[in-house]
Write a protein that binds this ligand. Structure first.
Ligand SMILES: N[C@@H](CCC(=O)N[C@@H](CS)C(=O)NCC(=O)O)C(=O)O
Length: 217
């Protein structure tokens, strides 16, 4: 059975949610951040991102990672695409055109949106969002997101979902990236169709199962 490595306090959420929606059987191996441990290499330390056993799965030492037989993968979006191809069904892109569209949204999320999303998230998590410097950092990140968010907003004004007229892994990959942006107050104020789609994504039973497990971690 396929194994997903990670903690749900990381990008592992998108992979677990995708597996849930795809109906793909999986087991999850918890891997914690080495930075959260006093001595990640200590005897008895939990499996962590600096453990030799984990680096054998993902030499980047990052979460998430996946193993399926002889296949070892890092990179959350690659894992989502692999699982979709393996599981098939309505949540998977169907055919070359849908797969290309899903890739388009995944690359937009990973290359253009995620760096700004992480900037927002870390500023909020770092507790500096209300300082002048924090506000400036968030404003600069949101400014860089105006064009990609307008692109998504325009698409969603005439489409319920990103690809194929139905919920797919493209929605998962984009929502999980924009979820970090949502940490900024008013981030979606200029994007009502995007906000409605975001809420539809989070209302999915698969998201709710993942979110309940994440909050219990
Ligand atoms: N592009 C990678 C990013 C992976 C990544 O940065 N993961 C974070 C957790 S969400 C991590 O492992 N950070 C610890 C580190 O980089 O050492 C992906 O999408 O999987």
């Amino acid at each position: 059975m396929l194994t997903i490595y990670g903690t749900l306090r990381s990008r592992t959420t998108r992979v677990v949610w995708a597996a849930e929606e795809l109906g793909l059987p999986y087991r999850r191996e918890t891997v914690v951040f080495a930075s959260a441990l006093p001595d990640p290499q200590a005897a008895g330390a939990p499996l962590n991102t600096a453990s030799a056993a984990f680096l054998a799965v993902n030499p980047m030492g990052q979460l998430p990672a996946m193993r399926d037989g002889d296949l070892w993968l890092g990179e959350s979006h690659a894992i989502c695409f692999y699982m979709a191809r393996k599981a098939g069904g309505p949540v998977a892109p169907d055919g070359a055109a849908e797969e290309a569209e899903a890739l388009q949204w995944a690359f937009l999320a990973a290359s253009t949106i995620e760096p700004q999303a992480i900037e927002v998230l870390y500023t909020v998590m770092g507790g500096t969002a209300d300082t002048a410097e924090g506000k400036a950092r968030i404003a600069a990140a949101l400014d860089k997101l105006v064009r990609p968010m307008r692109r998504i907003e325009t698409h969603l004004q005439s489409h319920e979902w990103l690809v194929g007229g139905r919920f797919t892994i493209a929605d998962i990959m984009m929502e999980e990236t924009l979820r970090y942006v949502a940490a900024a107050p008013g981030a979606f104020d200029a994007s009502p169709a995007l906000k409605a789609w975001f809420d539809r994504c989070q209302a999915r039973p698969g998201f709710q199962r993942m979110w309940t497990a994440r909050n219990a971690e």
